[in-house]
Design a binder for this molecule. Structure first.
Ligand SMILES: CC(=O)[C@@H](O)[C@H](O)COP(=O)(O)O
Ligand SMILES: NCC(=O)COP(=O)(O)O
Length: 246
């Protein structure tokens, strides 16, 4: 089965926010992505609304519900009460919980499951009782996987930022792929599914999928948006889908 592609629209929103104008349209680019075969859309509405705004979240839910039933909405964020209230109102198909501090420039680490699994478990159960699949952002650390399982989550999302940063160093890339692959193997052996995301590109994705053929979903924004500036969103989504085996 092909790895599903969820297009992250944060970068489109960040470009839009440069001016008090409605273009580039977040829903417009989301529509192009879904029209061209993306399985879903991802956003990470951060507390400062630096890119995706809370209003975008409702607009994208309406887009999927009215024009693309069967496609999925994935909302990422730190499980503050405000975030949990937002996702319980919008009911995305998947919620990806990340341990981001509001001041972080971007997501740059996964959960410390060893020390946080007891805190996360009731939040996971609360979201699952609302019909949402729960994925937890995870570093490529095999010894954390059992603790991740103990949260009751459906999936982990492998943080692939360190892998994305090895684009100029073949040996480092191979080492990161093995770390990611070993972590994925451990998660799958415990009955969890595995997503991946952060700094993935059409260049580095093939080797990752070759090592983790059962990768359920990749969520990609920065690198995909960079390509879309050069090739257009429709052609770019098609290029990524081909790499995903669609
Ligand atoms: C969780 C993750 O790695 C990304 O999905 C995240 O959305 C990146 O956030 P920014 O787009 O704010 O860098
Ligand atoms: N979860 C990763 C994501 O949604 C997009 O990350 P990036 O491709 O913008 O680095």
């Amino acid at each position: 089965m092909a790895t599903q592609l969820s297009v992250n629209l944060n970068a489109i929103a960040q470009l839009r926010n440069r001016r008090d104008l409605p273009w580039p349209s977040v829903t417009g680019f989301g529509r192009i992505a879904l029209q061209n075969g993306a399985h879903g859309l991802t956003v990470h509405p951060r507390p400062d609304e630096r890119h995706t705004r809370f209003s975008d979240v409702g607009d994208l839910r309406a887009l999927i519900d009215t024009e693309f039933p069967g496609c999925e909405f994935n909302i990422e964020g730190n499980p503050t009460e405000d975030f949990l209230a937002l996702v319980e109102q919008v009911r995305p198909e998947q919620v990806t919980l990340v341990p981001d501090d509001p001041a972080q420039a971007t997501s740059d680490h996964g959960w410390d499951f060893r020390s946080q699994h007891n805190m996360l478990a009731p939040i996971v159960a609360r979201l699952q009782s609302g019909g949402m699949r729960v994925s937890l952002f995870a570093d490529a650390e095999v010894d954390q996987v059992q603790w991740a399982k103990d949260t009751g989550c459906d999936r982990i999302e492998l943080y692939t930022g360190p892998y994305g940063g090895t684009y100029a160093n073949e040996a480092a890339m191979r080492a990161e792929i093995e770390r990611l692959g070993n972590t994925a193997d451990a998660a799958i052996a415990l009955g969890m599914e595995v997503n991946a995301g952060h700094d993935l590109t059409v260049a580095n994705l093939p080797a990752l999928i070759e090592r983790i053929p059962t990768l359920a979903e990749v969520s990609i924004g920065h690198g995909l948006t960079a390509d879309a500036l050069e090739y257009g969103m429709a052609a770019t989504v098609s290029r990524f889908l081909k790499v995903c085996g669609a």
